[in-house]
Design a protein around this ligand. Structure first.
Ligand SMILES: Nc1ncnc2c1ncn2[C@@H]1O[C@H](COP(=O)(O)OP(=O)(O)OP(=O)(O)O)[C@@H](O)[C@H]1O
Length: 354
């Protein structure tokens, strides 16, 4: 599962750009603001969801361009493409082998996991971002997770709207929406449980190494008859203006196993090491279970590691295999990356080889 071609048109700072990535390390260096993260963001749009910045599509269209943008990639003999047009700047279009497809279908072909500087606060902020992070890990093992999540959320939005309407909402319609939430909610909770259980046992059994080992617990609704619970919760939900029960409120609780301490109480460096350890263990788990490795996007990760951990990271990534995209401001940060790596220099919307 490696990208062999990536082309951008009118995407962020790029009018037109082409990268022919090698199968392993792709190292992007350049000054602040050069456009490195933009490239990772383009790759992240080849997975379901809003990409690594969670930006609006209209923000991604190049300033001064025609108003739309395109990202196209080749994965083996499959062509993946996504973008938006000037006429519908907020509607994400996806094509797989030239045919229109739903964004959720992308997870059948490719899984992508990223770490960005913004995720430094993952353990401190609210549960929503942790859930999103977890769901990305889940997708790699359960590609249908994207469809279950989308259908669950669509049914929940419709139910919330119905409950907010004046008068007594149609109980048959409500019941149908709750049945849908029950079906898709159970499937998504099951996929999360499976992923967390497998990852947690892997991390617990792993030897102590340079990257902190995370203890993982999935907190919140996990199984049972959700449709019945939702029916009972109608008055409370109507009063609250939202749905109070269900897997959309789950949280991933993380502890630093070595220290026996909650992740949010660990130092910034320790939290980074926890995240990195998690992502590396996940990549190994996916390779073992699904026989494919997620494409890893590591934005400015090398710069924040001490030299020992940096070397350990490169060694671990090298041993694991798979395609890894990394960014940094200086080439010196990547001295420990194998010479076979593809090194690209990014400068104001242009990409050159080193
Ligand atoms: N829609 C857009 N059209 C044109 N340029 C854009 C658009 N969105 C962002 N940019 C430009 O892209 C640049 C940011 O690129 P990016 O975040 O990829 O930089 P970077 O190389 O990762 O920098 P850093 O090292 O600081 O993280 C900024 O100069 C910004 O003005």
């Amino acid at each position: 599962m490696v990208l062999t071609r990536l082309s951008l048109s009118d995407f962020r700072s790029y009018a037109d750009a082409l990268i022919v990535p090698g199968p392993r390390f792709v190292v992007l260096t350049g000054e602040n603001g050069a456009g490195k993260t933009n490239i990772l963001e383009a790759v992240s749009l080849l997975a379901p969801g809003r990409g690594l910045r969670r930006a609006a599509l209209s923000e991604m269209a190049r300033d001064g361009g025609a108003g739309g943008f395109g990202v196209a990639a080749r994965l083996g003999d499959v062509d993946l493409g996504t973008g938006a047009t000037a006429l519908a700047p907020e509607r994400r279009q996806v094509r797989i082998n030239g045919a229109p497809a739903a964004a959720t279908a992308l997870s059948e072909w490719l899984s992508i996991v990223w770490l960005t500087p913004a995720m430094d606060r993952l353990f401190i902020e609210g549960a929503a971002n942790r859930r999103r992070f977890l769901d990305r890990l889940v997708l790699a093992l359960h590609p249908a997770h994207a469809v279950h999540t989308a259908r669950y959320e669509a049914a929940m939005r419709a139910r919330n709207k119905l409950l907010a309407e004046e008068g007594r909402p149609d109980p048959v319609w409500l019941g149908a929406l709750e049945a849908q939430m029950g079906e898709h909610g159970s499937a998504l909770a099951e996929a999360r449980n499976d992923t967390v259980t497998a990852l947690a046992s892997r991390l617990t059994e792993a030897p102590e190494g340079p990257f902190a080992r995370a203890g993982l617990v999935l907190d919140g609704w996990s199984h049972g008859d959700l449709a019945t619970e939702l029916a009972a919760s109608r008055p409370r939900d109507a009063a609250a203006g939202r749905t109070l029960v269900g897997p959309h409120r789950s949280d991933l609780l993380v502890t630093h196993l070595g220290k026996g301490q909650a992740a949010e109480r660990c130092s910034t460096g320790e939290q980074k090491a926890l995240l990195l350890g998690l992502v590396l263990a996940h990549a190994d788990l996916v390779a073992e279970r699904a026989d494919r490795r997620p494409v890893l996007l590591l934005d400015e990760v090398a710069a924040h590691l001490d030299p020992l951990r940096r070397t350990a990271l490169f060694e671990r990534l090298e041993a694991g295999g798979g395609q890894v995209w990394m960014t940094g401001t200086e080439e010196a940060l990547f001295e420990g990356v194998p010479p076979t790596a593809q090194r690209l220099r990014v400068e104001r919307g242009l990409i050159g080889t080193i």
